[in-house]
Design a protein around this ligand. Structure first.
Ligand code: ATP
Length: 363
């Protein structure tokens, strides 16, 4: 199998370029030190600043680069003051998600011993679960084209067999690979509202059909409202959760809150052919250009990228490097010596990124 991988890099807007540069540098250093794989990087222009300059938010050449690449690394896009003529925000990441049918939004939530969290963690407990948010349909189906009259507004929730079956297959495979890696208990939870909406009973039936193919895993169901409660009361019980787009949108921010904020929340949007790896946060224009942005969510997204490429290409060296990179970030954060302002520290972006490099190469 080939072991050279092309990464399309969207440096994006606001703090995007500031967190992209050190992340790419870390990936370069890791690939240079490995004989299991090498990486090439192709810069792809897109975003609000690019739109303001050229009138295009996602040029065709960038779309071609994204489709051709083995993986896509994206920081954040959009600026509050730059909008399309109809007033909507520039969000090429959503266009990419739709164009490449990236149905599985993967949001890991981890809180290691010693890490700051708003929860009172019982002694010996750590949080390590993954929330999978369906990312192409659900209540976002009519995004931007809901009907509004003087007295009524209507949006449509769409759940399709085509996407749901792919989503659940992906979910159970992820639970399997976590269990194999010794990270999860092999439990998959379908989060829905099947007691109220027929669409969610349909969703749940397809989940159950996939669960039946995986007797080695435990499958169960939870209503979304109860899930929000349990994510605060006993988040350490979860392993892999899968849910509809809007429910996932809300619960993944709750997950980021458990980790102490958006600066530590990575994500991946994965389809059958392509995948985008990007932090959960936006372009943070309020702190852009100051060198104080937290690069950790972006670096953790890059670790997810190595892991995904490694699993898909049967490359144990990449899987190991993905884990090594994630653990380097977790160690730096748990030690609490080098924390950026959003985590209560005073380190800048460069200092935080070098602490990760030190954890990888010096210690
Ligand atoms: P979007 O709608 O594009 O997701 P948003 O309006 O929800 O964006 P963000 O851009 O994510 O907001 O910023 C929310 C707050 O979090 C801001 O105060 C921002 O400065 C802060 N923030 C976001 N990302 C980071 C980061 N990497 N480091 C430090 N602070 C951050």
């Amino acid at each position: 199998m080939a072991n050279t991988f092309e990464v399309a890099v969207f440096a994006g807007d606001g703090i995007g370029p500031e967190i992209t540069a050190p992340t790419v540098e870390i990936l370069r250093r890791m690939a240079d030190a490995s004989d299991a794989y090498s990486l090439t990087f192709t810069d792809a222009a897109a975003g609000a600043a690019h739109y303001a300059k050229t009138g295009e938010s996602l040029p065709e050449s960038s779309m071609v680069a994204a489709k051709r690449a083995d993986a896509i690394l994206l920081s954040a896009m959009g600026l509050p003051d730059v909008r399309y003529p109809d007033g909507t925000e520039i969000s090429p990441q959503i266009d990419l998600r739709k164009a490449l049918t990236l149905f599985a939004g993967v949001r890991p939530v981890t809180v290691k011993a010693g890490q700051r969290t708003p929860l009172n963690m019982p002694e010996g407990k750590e949080i390590d679960f993954v929330l999978i948010r369906e990312s192409t349909e659900g209540l976002f189906h009519t995004q931007g084209c809901g009907e509004v009259t003087e007295n009524e507004a209507r949006e449509t929730l769409l759940i399709t067999r085509e996407i749901s079956e792919k989503l659940f297959k992906f979910t159970f495979e992820l639970a399997q690979s976590r269990k194999k890696a010794g990270r999860g208990k092999g439990r998959v939870t379908c989060v829905d509202k099947a007691n109220v909406f027929r669409a969610f009973a349909f969703f749940r039936d397809m989940f159950d059909a996939e669960a039946a193919k995986h007797p080695e895993l435990t499958a169960d169901h939870a209503y979304v409202d109860a899930t929000a409660l349990w994510m605060v009361q006993k988040p350490w019980d979860f392993d892999v959760m899968v849910t509809e787009n809007m429910f996932g949108d809300i619960l993944s921010d709750l997950g980021a809150g458990l980790m102490g904020g958006l600066g530590l929340a990575p994500s991946a949007d994965i389809g059958l052919e392509n995948a985008v790896f990007q932090p959960c946060h936006g372009s943070a224009p309020d702190i852009a250009g100051q060198g104080v942005a937290n690069p950790m969510a972006m670096i953790l997204s890059a670790a997810m990228m190595l892991d995904w490429l490694g699993i898909n290409n049967d490359n144990a060296g990449m899987i190991a490097d993905g884990k090594r990179l994630r653990e380097a970030v977790e160690d730096v954060v748990a030690e609490g010596r080098v924390l950026t302002r959003d985590l209560g520290g005073s380190a800048g972006t460069a200092e935080a990124a070098s602490a990760v490099l030190d954890a990888l190469f010096v210690s």
